[in-house]
Design a protein around this ligand. Structure first.
Ligand SMILES: Nc1ncnc2c1ncn2[C@@H]1O[C@H](COP(=O)(O)OP(=O)(O)OP(=O)(O)O)[C@@H](O)[C@H]1O
Ligand SMILES: [Mg+2]
Length: 413
């Protein structure tokens, strides 16, 4: 019988290769208050919470691709958003290169770009009003990261000219109003000044703003566009998001995220809205830019086949908990948690004659009042008395293979 070598508290002390991980999460929780009607809020003292992420631990090594897999609603996106600094945590600790920081410090601010996230739907993450070149360039401008002085000045002028247009418009209106109120000899001068101000505003916008920004083919963006397969870059630079395909849009979203050189790139189902024929291309692209930019990747997917092809290690989530973590080959060849095994059995077979195995029947536990025991036990065919009352923690049952189960499969079989 196997014995546990480690406890949940020790899981993140070192990364899987013994080095300090780029990021380490300890006891992360995220509870969302449940929205109720005004009446129930008055009469009920307690607020209910959805336990979206409930005390999870994991770490990601430098240069590693860590996949987070699990059924819909298990807490993958919530975890991703917290790591990207887009969602505040309820509680937990985070270590960046071994040093404890606050979750707030994961937020991208000027001079601090630790993580960047790419979402499932590139349409919603790209502004329809920005040309693709501008969209990719925008983070560089905001974070003052453009090295070339001339380019930086031109872009600054372009943004100032936009503000100038608004200001000149407001001043012209004030001058016009003053002219109509005064109705004396000086009115003509006010009207003339109003026209001159407006023409100057529009002129500078056309010259520095619209045309210059449109013409700008910054070398960084060009090389990134080339890198993400948008070649020749000039052809894409001035297009709007609706003028390119879904795969190309996602490439722009990736370019936009890596342009700031984050050390952790978070990808939340980046290929699930793309045609199957485009997916492999995007995954290959991600592998090449990971090496080029020396990044680590948190890859979120509900597709185990993709995780197997793409990842180095996998964490399996179920109802807000991580129930198994292991190296891809180990986890796929030797899943120890009954849920992981069931997920793998449910991967559609490429051979049409094979019967597709479904996930076990039964309800996912109530996320507001989760059971005190193992969250998977109502669906688990190996469950015993203890599973319904005591919550199993992650234990290292094999080297770098952690499982939260009292009766892991190798022990049952
Ligand atoms: N802003 C929110 N307010 C309240 N509940 C939320 C919020 N965001 C997520 N949840 C809830 O938290 C749980 C986890 O959601 P999450 O989006 O993280 O799941 P997921 O694993 O990404 O699912 P999917 O595979 O469908 O994208 C769900 O029960 C969801 O309804
Ligand atoms: Mg999600």
């Amino acid at each position: 019988m196997m014995t546990s070598k480690n406890t949940e508290n020790n899981i993140n002390k070192t990364s899987s290769n013994g080095n300090i991980p780029v990021i380490e999460i300890r006891s992360l929780k995220k509870y969302f208050p449940v929205q109720t009607g005004a009446l129930s809020r008055i009469f009920s003292k307690d607020t209910d919470f959805v336990h979206a992420v409930d005390d999870i631990n994991f770490s990601i090594d430098k240069g590693e691709i860590f996949c987070l897999v699990g059924e819909s609603g298990c807490g993958k996106t919530t975890t991703a958003r917290i790591l990207a600094g887009l969602e505040p945590e309820t509680s937990g600790e985070v270590f960046w290169n071994g040093k404890q920081i606050s979750f707030d410090e994961l937020k991208t601010t000027k001079g601090n770009v630790k993580t960047q996230i790419v979402f499932q739907n590139p349409y919603s993450s790209l502004s329809p009003r920005l040309r693709l070149g501008e969209a990719a360039q925008h983070p560089l401008v905001v974070h003052d990261k453009i090295e070339d002085k001339k380019t930086r000045e031109t872009i600054k002028r372009a943004y100032y000219s936009e503000a100038g247009l608004v200001v000149s418009f407001v001043i012209s209106i004030i001058l016009f109003l003053t002219a109509t109120i005064r109705k004396d000899d000086s009115s003509l001068w006010f009207i003339a000044f109003a026209f001159i101000t407006l023409i100057l505003g529009i002129g500078s916008y056309i010259w520095f703003g619209r045309i210059q920004k449109g013409k700008l083919t910054d070398d960084i963006i060009k090389s990134i566009f080339n890198l993400v397969g948008l070649a020749p870059p000039d052809q894409y630079y001035n297009k709007y998001p609706h003028e390119v395909s879904g795969g190309e849009r996602q490439r722009v979203a990736i370019a936009r995220s890596v342009v700031l050189n984050p050390k952790l790139l978070i990808l939340d189902e980046p290929t699930s809205m793309l045609d199957v024929s485009l997916r492999a291309g995007i995954l290959d692209l991600l592998l090449s830019i990971k090496d080029k930019f020396d990044m680590s990747i948190l890859f979120i997917t509900h597709d185990l086949a993709t995780a197997r092809h793409f990842g180095d290690r996998v964490g399996v989530m179920y109802a807000g908990k991580i129930i198994e973590i292991g190296a891809v080959d180990d986890l796929f060849n030797n899943p120890m948690h009954p849920y992981t095994k069931a997920l793998m059995d449910a991967i559609p077979s490429p051979t049409p004659r094979d019967v597709e195995i479904q996930l076990p029947k039964g309800d996912v536990p109530d996320s507001i009042n989760p059971p005190s025991g193992c969250r998977y036990y109502p669906r688990c065919k190996y469950a015993q008395e203890k599973c319904s009352s005591e919550l199993p923690i992650l234990r290292e049952l094999k080297e770098n293979h952690f499982v939260a189960c009292y009766y892991p499969l190798t022990m049952v079989q």
